[in-house]
Design a protein around this ligand. Structure first.
Ligand code: ASP
Length: 326
């Protein structure tokens, strides 16, 4: 029987171990409060400590994760598998849906119904906006979105915010510049929505055709947050506390000539970093395809490799919390 999205799902656990994450779907960052985030980051800190001290724990021993990816992934898929392994659980990896019954024409609801017979939690990446909500509606087990088309990428948003907090020690009062494909970049959509819970000043840097969707901009401005737009990184590099750079999302372009026209619009170079604040963080959800010069990697403000490591701790925290073991 379908259970409504974000309704409590079938997870066996004694009531005293329940948090607001327990048995929930994770399909949009809109569902989180500041308190939820503080709780999750506390658990992620603990996970980091466990991994650094002893490598793993048996918190999720006997639990199974279904990792269902209809789009390519390196970091998200492997960090979920690593997170589950470090918590003592197991994973069913379906990363090439072409080798699954999807190729035979099986629908998403039927694929979800199948996997939930074997798994306790389902991670889903899908090219269509809203696919994880659809999956969540059919699933009696928690569904965690690993990105739905150009919509959202909630777990990336969480690890990005956790990285901001880890790098600078605060989230309130920061000037955040988001650079690149703000239209199609789902990580931008999730991170901006999370930052709206804080006292954030935004500068959105993109060519005209890759501007942030109006609807999302409206969500920020109606809260009274300061929002500026420009197409020049130079306008903001001196002042920003966070520079969050993204790849132009080639796979979302119907006309590849349009992609070619904007793909090399930005490159963060050592020279540009020379103008940035001494205390700031340069972030990127990765993969990068030319937006950040390799010579920037050794700059202590280059946070993107720490950012991807944080992904595993946040996903460990989320899996434990959703399954009621955090
Ligand atoms: N890995 C991120 C995503 O899946 C960012 C990107 O692909 O550019 O959205």
């Amino acid at each position: 029987m379908p259970i409504g999205s974000n309704g409590q799902k079938v997870v066996s656990l004694s009531p005293d171990r329940r948090t607001s994450f327990f048995g929930r779907d994770i399909v949009s960052v809109r569902q989180f409060s500041r308190e939820d985030l503080a709780y999750l980051f506390g658990v992620a800190d603990e996970m980091r400590g466990i991994v650094r001290r002893v490598g793993a724990t048996d918190l999720l021993k006997g639990y199974v994760l279904a990792n269902l990816f209809y789009e390519p992934s390196t970091r998200t898929s492997s960090s979920f598998i690593a997170a589950m392994a470090r918590l003592g659980g197991a994973t069913i990896p379906i990363h090439g849906v072409q080798y699954s019954s999807v190729t035979k024409g099986e629908s998403l609801p039927d694929t979800i119904r199948t996997l939930q017979c074997y798994a306790d939690v389902i991670v889903l990446r899908h090219p269509e906006v809203g696919a994880s909500e659809v999956a969540a509606r059919y699933a009696t087990k928690p569904v965690i979105s690993a990105g739905d088309g150009i919509g959202e990428h909630p777990t990336q948003g969480l690890l990005d915010l956790y990285t901001i907090y880890s790098e600078l020690g605060v989230v309130d009062g920061l000037h955040v510049a988001m650079v690149g494909d703000l239209k199609n970049g789902r990580t931008v959509h999730s991170l901006a929505r999370l930052l709206r819970l804080y006292d954030t000043r935004f500068t959105f840097v993109s060519p005209e055709i890759l501007r942030l969707p109006e609807e999302l901009k409206g969500e920020l401005t109606e809260l009274g947050l300061q929002v500026e737009e420009t197409d020049r990184v130079e306008d903001v590099i001196r002042e920003a506390d966070i520079v969050y750079v993204t790849r132009v999302q080639k796979e979302r372009f119907a006309d590849l000539r349009e992609y070619e026209a904007v793909k090399d619009y930005y490159e963060i170079t050592p020279e540009l970093m020379g103008r940035a604040k001494e205390r700031m963080a340069l972030m990127h959800p990765l993969p990068r395809v030319g937006e950040i010069h390799y010579d920037v990697d050794d700059d202590p403000r280059a946070a993107y490799f720490r950012q991807m490591e944080n992904g595993m701790y946040i996903r460990m925290a989320l899996l434990a919390a959703v399954l009621g073991k955090a």
